[in-house]
Design a protein around this ligand. Structure first.
Ligand code: GH3
Ligand code: MG
Ligand code: MG
Ligand code: MG
Length: 323
């Protein structure tokens, strides 16, 4: 139990969690099945917070995941539902993982309170509820939550910048280096196919020479847009460096990867690239494709095969796919 609430939060969870930061009065969701107690608590909070009410715990859980609340206040004593289960559900959903929870408990419920704190409840207050105490505890939770949201948003932004190519918005080589091994290992252990393509724009130096570096950059951006459009969301598309791009395609065998590469190649050949006033700048691309081998393969070997295929495409006359 304890291990599940104190383990470190991974980067994926950080990125999945909500990072918007609220302003203005605290937005509170009060979950209470009894209208007598909920209206009393709501009244105590009304001068401080905007309070929504859920009189059904499952509806409350859904509501908390769908709206940017600053805090959830749970009254105990649900007839058919254990409030502690609701607490652990709130802690396990990406979108409510960091949402403060204040529990309102009955006098003498010490054991339950300890369990609630172990499950990740942030604070509690015992009935009869003192208005000033409730407001003070709420304010503390909301202040801490908003501060954490600010930190999380800036950490998330920093991570995203560190793994994004500034020119094209694709992932950069650093991100590829950190994820390709994971995708490779996953494909191996699940016995699923995996393919990689490396693309390199043809005679790109000539484009730079004719249209200047800014012209070359415009071509790179447009190429990246078309590349991304032609692959799936789960494919990992990266700017490998200069005018070279890599796409890692999970669950994709060699025949399909070759088709995807050919689709990219032919679209680039037909596309009308505009650079400044010049329209119809001819751009072509060469592509090397490689697919994971079951026996004795490695990320290095796979990338080497894709690179060798690209080399063959260049030597074969460019504007072609070699698989
Ligand atoms: P090919 O690949 O067909 O053999 O010929 P190429 O002319 O494309 O050859 P090469 O790979 O040697 O040249 C790539 C050029 O890309 C060289 C470099 O000046 C240019 N380049 C690299 N990064 C950028 C960039 O960020 N922006 C621009 N505009 N040009 C870049
Ligand atoms: Mg190159
Ligand atoms: Mg080259
Ligand atoms: Mg090139």
């Amino acid at each position: 139990l304890r291990a599940s609430t104190t383990r470190n939060i991974g980067i994926e969870e950080l990125l999945a969690a909500r990072t918007s930061v609220n302003e203005g009065p605290p937005r509170v969701l009060l979950i209470d099945e009894k209208s007598s107690s909920s209206s009393a608590i709501r009244k105590k909070l009304s001068a401080t917070a905007d309070v929504d009410l859920a009189d059904d715990p499952q509806v409350g859980l859904f509501q908390a995941a769908e709206n940017p609340y600053d805090c959830v206040v749970i009254s105990t004593g649900f007839a058919e539902f254990d409030p502690l289960r609701l607490c652990s559900q709130l802690r396990s959903l990406d979108r409510t993982r960091f949402l403060p929870i204040i529990l309102i408990a009955e006098m003498g419920e010490d054991e339950r309170i300890v369990r609630a704190l172990e499950l990740g409840v942030n604070d509690y207050i015992v009935r009869p509820v003192d208005e000033q105490e409730l407001v003070a505890r709420l304010r503390t939770q909301v202040k801490r939550k908003r501060y954490n949201d600010h930190l999380r948003a800036s950490v998330t932004q920093t991570i995203e910048m560190a793994v994004t190519d500034g020119l094209t918005g694709l992932h950069n080589r650093r991100y590829l280096d950190s994820h390709l091994q994971t995708l490779f290992d996953r494909a191996m252990s699940r016995r699923r196919p995996l393919s990689v393509m490396i693309t390199d724009l043809d005679r790109f130096k000539a484009i730079n020479d004719t249209f200047g570096h800014d012209g070359g950059d415009a071509v790179l951006r447009e190429f990246a847009r078309r590349l991304r459009k032609n692959v799936r969301g789960i494919d990992l598309a990266c700017r490998f460096g200069g005018e070279e791009f890599v796409v890692v395609m999970p669950d994709t065998d060699g025949a399909i990867a070759e088709k995807v590469a050919e689709r990219v190649r032919s679209e680039i050949e037909r596309a009308v690239f505009e650079v400044g006033a010049a329209e119809g700048v001819p751009v072509t691309v060469s592509v090397g494709v490689a697919t994971l081998n079951r026996a004795g393969d490695s990320v290095e070997k796979l990338m080497k095969r894709a690179d060798a295929a690209l080399y063959d495409a260049k030597n074969g006359g460019r504007n072609r796919v070699v698989a």
